[in-house]
Ligand binder design. Sequence first.
Ligand SMILES: C[S@@+](CC[C@H](N)C(=O)[O-])C[C@H]1O[C@@H](n2cnc3c(N)ncnc32)[C@H](O)[C@@H]1O
Length: 252
Amino acid sequence: MAAAGDQTHFGQRTVRLDEKQSLVNDVFRSVATRYDLMNDLMSFGLHRAWKDALVAKVRPSLTRPFAHVDVAGGTGDIAFRVAKAGGPLTEVTVVEVNSDMLRVGEKRAARRAFSKRLTFIEGNAEELPLPDARFDAYTIAFGIRNVPRIENALGEAHRVLKRGGHFLCLEFSRVDLPVMDRLYDAYSFAAIPPIGKMVTGDGGAYRYLVESIRRFPSQTALCDLIEAAGLERPRFRNLTGGVAALHSAWRL
Ligand SMILES: C[S@@+](CC[C@H](N)C(=O)[O-])C[C@H]1O[C@@H](n2cnc3c(N)ncnc32)[C@H](O)[C@@H]1O
């Protein structure tokens, strides 16, 4: 439980810890129906390659039962990829806090052949409505940055994974190439909010996105948080020079 004075960031603003989730929810409520289009425009389609890299690490079984949970699953992109990559006994649970995003995901899922192997649940990453030690793999893509208490979400990942279960987190991160970092900064602050305004009508939502990326822990700081949650052998791999990073760890 947060103490009354506990603070965090919502983009560049300092806000009360217990206020952040509803501000985040407003952002995703406002962009839900144009979210997928915006991802393509903003990242020049790169988010697809990053998501493929994440799912390549999940490696769901083609023959045996495989229980997967995708947290902050949004409109279902990761869940669809895992279900498609796995065999008939691969089951994917999507947990998403925002009913508008979840609804878009469910609608998209209805059109897929593997929809029976997907379950959508409204729930919070910090308090997953799921049993202990249930899953072979846990993913969270571009989600953990939005969660007010990252350490609670990581603790929950540890709790719901089986022993030997794989934790994978895809998130925007710190660019580590000298010229590219300045180009990326200029592009993201000058171009993303106006594109967001044009496409979704909400430039503020995309200003939050850009600012929240700058506030998010670095690659190594996130490894430390993952380890502090009890997950073992944390590692990361930079994607596109660190624009995004793929972290992995294990529950052993
Ligand atoms: C940037 S979107 C990512 C969606 C999807 N994973 C993807 O990669 O396209 C972030 C998602 O995190 C969800 N989210 C934010 N806070 C959350 C929380 N505490 N628990 C679960 N989901 C949360 C938002 O509602 C939103 O759908």
